[in-house]
Design a protein around this ligand. Structure first.
Ligand code: SF4
Length: 232
């Protein structure tokens, strides 16, 4: 098992990218990287755990679910190279949290302003569904990430109910959780210790193609989070 003792976000990212703790996810991410999607047949897939992106002194975190098989698992960067990311990065740019409205590949010049994007599961899961055991395996990475961000972190946007439920036990370390536990919902906002937590529907195509989550709804949550994080 990987020894988890990162002192910096850079160390954390390096250690995450080498993790092999979940046999099913290791097999899946590597198989997808071998077999590829026809449209990307000439590309070399990342095929490893995808670390978070964004500055080590972020005031705002965005917590999703897990990398997509042909998105983050291909490009090696969260939400990069898929339709979900197209929606998210356009909105981040629109509210002034990203330097450009697109995120195509590592090294494309994208910069996030005071914002770090991460996930409770760092490997692409089959059918976008990690098991509870895989979520629990990956939890220490998120715990360490939030510990390292603690001096500056003020707000977290959680994309979807999976991320919300995965995050609460992480936040419980050192912060009293409200009882009853706050439930996920789009636009829900709750204060937990030193953090303001905001719920937002996930930027999956299932939500954005059906209009359940519109660009305006996403921008509204991100703008509120930006303000809560003191980034306005
Ligand atoms: S999901 Fe997390 S714990 Fe499991 S192999 Fe990937 S990085 Fe490691």
């Amino acid at each position: 098992m990987t020894k988890i003792r990162p002192d910096t976000i850079a160390q954390l990212d390096q250690q995450v990218s080498e993790c092999r703790r979940c046999p099913r996810l290791v097999a899946w991410r590597e198989e997808v990287a071998r077999t590829k999607r026809a449209a990307y047949a000439n590309e070399e897939y990342w095929g490893r755990p995808v670390p978070g992106i964004g500055p080590a002194d972020a005031a705002l975190a965005i917590v999703g679910l897990a990398p997509a098989a042909h998105g983050g698992n291909r490009t090696g960067r969260m939400f990069t190279g898929d339709r979900s990311g197209d929606v998210l990065f356009q909105a981040l740019y629109d509210v002034g949290l990203a330097s450009q409205p697109t995120s195509v590949r590592r090294g494309d010049g994208l910069e996030l302003y005071g914002t770090r994007i991460t996930a409770p599961v760092h490997c692409a899961p089959p059918a976008n569904k990690p098991t509870p055991a895989e979520r629990d395996n990956c939890r220490p990475w998120l715990e360490h990430e939030l510990d390292l961000l603690k001096p500056t972190l003020r707000a977290i946007v959680v994309l979807g109910a999976f991320g919300w439920q995965a995050l609460l036990p992480v936040l419980a370390h050192g912060r009293p959780l409200p009882r009853p536990l706050p439930k996920f919902g789009h636009g829900v906002e709750v204060v937990i210790g030193d953090l303001r937590l905001l719920g937002c529907y996930h930027v999956s195509q299932q939500n954005t193609f059906t209009g359940r989550l519109t660009p305006a709804m996403l921008c509204d949550v991100l703008a509120r989070a930006k303000d809560a994080a003191g980034l306005a």
